[in-house]
Design a protein around this ligand. Structure first.
Ligand code: SAM
Length: 343
């Protein structure tokens, strides 16, 4: 490890814990490690991909480590690695090892499409990863290929098994529900929670610049999703698995798992927002929607100290908006895909 890195790590007096102008404590940082992905999900990315960020603009693992050390010094305790698809970046366990060693980081999680998880789950767990969320929108192989524009359902299911075997728990499956595409599978997904200790979360499809018409037509509210699951078995409100998210949970009697809904459009949860994001090219993004960002990479590469970086996190608190203004079929920012900023 480079000397300058050692200098930057450790508990600090870099100021009080982060809280924004609306007195929300900010303890959770989601980090995009790449904007690239090995799938092309119809609601997320165009078939041809996007103009990728150049390699030299992407933060190195050492740079991410320095930013997380700064964030930890002002109270960030939970990290989620996301993308793009984080497992397409080489040697992700090396980054996990570095982040797990930072004092103050208590929770280290990963969001993945699961395609490469079967081989990586063991090394990731050994490196210090605690838990994993797998995105999966269908349990039918042909449908998988038409939603993701690539085959791979078997590999994703093997990845889920490998993650459970590696002790990456609680395991959450995230499913974006689309009318006319996979909304007939919500009961089948919910049934998984009767067999296994998994948390299946249904996410309302969100508008980004490239999917506005599709989003208007395909959107299904979480209340409708719960109604449709309730028709095949009674759901009771249930405690969630813990973590940092905005899901509301429900369970069938005696089920080892639970069903969750994430409702960015129909139920506002901005009030309890506890998170900020780091893009793959080093911008601190204060809200998923709305273009509120601070460039951390330029000062980082100019030699900013941990405390100077921590001060930039504090600066970000001043521009974190109170809420997003998502509306059906309307973009709330110039964002074209979640992969650009780490969804
Ligand atoms: N590749 C990783 C994965 O599949 O989980 C991490 C990045 S992916 C962008 C994160 C999540 O964002 C996935 O669960 C994906 O389904 C979701 N997502 C992407 N675009 C979305 C949209 N327009 N509406 C709702 N969810 C979306």
């Amino acid at each position: 490890m480079a000397l300058e890195t050692i200098d930057l790590i450790g508990r600090s007096d870099a100021g009080p814990p982060l809280a924004d102008a609306f007195r929300r404590p900010i303890t959770y940082l989601r980090i995009s490690v790449t904007d690239r992905c090995n799938l092309r999900c119809v609601y997320c990315m165009p078939e041809a991909g996007l103009p990728w960020i150049e390699k030299r603009e992407i933060l190195t693992y050492e740079e991410i480590e320095r930013i997380v050390a700064a964030a930890a010094s002002v109270g960030v305790s939970s990290i989620r690695l996301t993308g793009g698809e984080p497992l397409v970046r080489r040697d992700l366990p090396e980054l996990v090892r570095r982040l797990a060693a930072i004092p103050g980081i208590e929770d280290l999680a990963l969001s993945t499409n699961g395609l490469l998880l079967a081989d990586e789950a063991g090394p990731l767990a050994a490196a210090g990863l605690r838990r994993v969320n797998v995105s999966l929108d269908t349990l039918r192989p042909e449908r998988f290929e038409s939603i993701a524009r690539r085959p791979g359902l078997e590999r994703v299911l093997a990845g889920i098994d490998a993650a459970i075997a590696a002790g990456l728990a609680p395991l959450k499956i995230n499913c974006v529900v689309m009318r006319g595409t996979n909304d007939d599978e919500v009961a089948a997904f919910a049934a998984l929670t009767r067999e296994r200790p998994v948390f299946v979360r249904f996410i309302e499809m969100m508008p980004v610049l490239d999917n506005l018409d599709a989003q208007r037509d395909a959107y299904v509210s979480s209340d409708e999703i719960l109604e449709r699951i309730g028709a095949v078995g009674a759901l009771q409100p249930a405690p969630g698995p813990g973590g940092n998210g905005p899901a509301r949970y429900f369970a069938f009697a005696d089920a080892p798992g639970a069903v969750g809904v994430i409702s960015p459009l129909s139920h506002d949860y901005c009030e309890t927002c506890n998170r900020v994001r780091l893009t793959a090219d080093g911008r601190l993004r204060l809200c998923l929607f709305g273009d509120y960002e601070i460039d951390l990479r330029t000062p980082l590469r100019a030699g900013a100290t941990r405390d100077e970086l921590a001060a930039l996190f504090h600066g970000g608190m001043l521009i974190k908006p109170e809420r997003h203004h998502l509306r059906l079929g309307e973009p709330a920012s110039r964002m074209r895909a979640f992969s650009e900023i780490g969804g």
